[in-house]
Ligand binder design. Structure first.
Ligand code: ACM
Length: 264
């Protein structure tokens, strides 16, 4: 069995150190294999302009935030998937990092930027990546990627058992849609959303909480409240994501008729 979980909280815009302290405090005692944090968990989300984003984004290879999280992974012997404002030379990505006791395992850069993110972030260039840790194949996608079923499908076809899904959701559909993504791909998904409100000069955004863990046939293990902090962990059996048979005569992947699918 694998222990997976998420930490739903209310990151404070621009308060990287305070957000790190909140996360370190919450994860300090959890007994887990893979823990998922929200999108942009340390910087906050609603940037006024590119300069502001650049002032809060960090290169993960020289980031005290990432060093502290890796230190925690080492101490507690677990893995973390976190959203992160990632600086890479002149570019800035809305990224998800898989971190473990030895450092950064994988970086995923958000493929489908949402609304005003397009004004400040560069488009992700990594594509969808699957990494195996502790015998579990982990795929990452970020928030609005859920709208494109191709994202979860690509990860499932690449062998993901579980999708770790850092989010800052503002629309009301994702939590329900992720049940479907898990049914149609027979995978697990951990959506780690934030709650709370960001009041910025350009407007106000409210985030919908309701982080959740879903199993391959759409079973909802747990869904958090809309506006409460919660650190949730549960045990999952990864073998359930490897059984792609739907009936004795139907296999999710072998029955695909890709010659009839419009791919571009
Ligand atoms: C979103 O992609 N943060 C809505």
């Amino acid at each position: 069995m694998t222990r997976v979980g998420y930490f739903q909280f209310d990151p404070q815009f621009g308060k990287v150190d305070k957000n790190l302290e909140t996360v370190l405090g919450a994860l300090n005692k959890v007994d887990v294999d893979i823990m998922v944090l929200p999108e942009l968990a340390f910087s906050g989300y609603y940037f006024t302009n590119r300069d502001e984003l650049e002032s809060l984004a960090e290169n993960p290879k020289s980031s005290q935030t990432i060093d502290a999280l890796v230190g925690l992974c080492k101490e507690r012997d677990f893995y973390i998937v976190t959203g992160f404002a990632e600086k890479s030379e002149e570019r800035v990505f809305n990224s998800a990092l898989l971190l473990g006791p030895k450092g950064i395992v994988t970086t995923y850069r958000k493929t489908h930027l949402f609304n005003t993110e397009k004004k400040v972030f560069d488009k992700g260039d990594t594509g969808f990546v699957v990494s195996t840790v502790r015998g579990v194949s982990i795929g990452m996608m970020i928030c609005f990627d859920w709208v494109f079923p191709e994202a979860a499908r690509t990860l499932a076809l690449k062998g993901a058992d579980i999708i770790c899904h850092p989010s800052n959701l503002v629309l009301a559909y994702c939590q329900r849609a992720m049940l479907t993504r898990c049914i149609e791909n027979l995978i697990f998904a951990v959506t780690a959303n934030r709650y709370g409100t960001e009041k910025r000069p350009q407007g106000t955004l409210s985030f919908s909480g309701q982080s959740q863990v879903v199993a391959p046939r759409g079973k909802l293990f747990h869904r958090s409240a809309k506006d409460e902090e919660e650190c949730f962990v549960c045990e999952i059996d990864i073998a359930q994501a490897r059984d792609k048979k739907i009936t004795p005569n139907n296999h999710l992947f072998f029955d695909r008729r890709s010659e009839f699918y419009e791919l571009s």
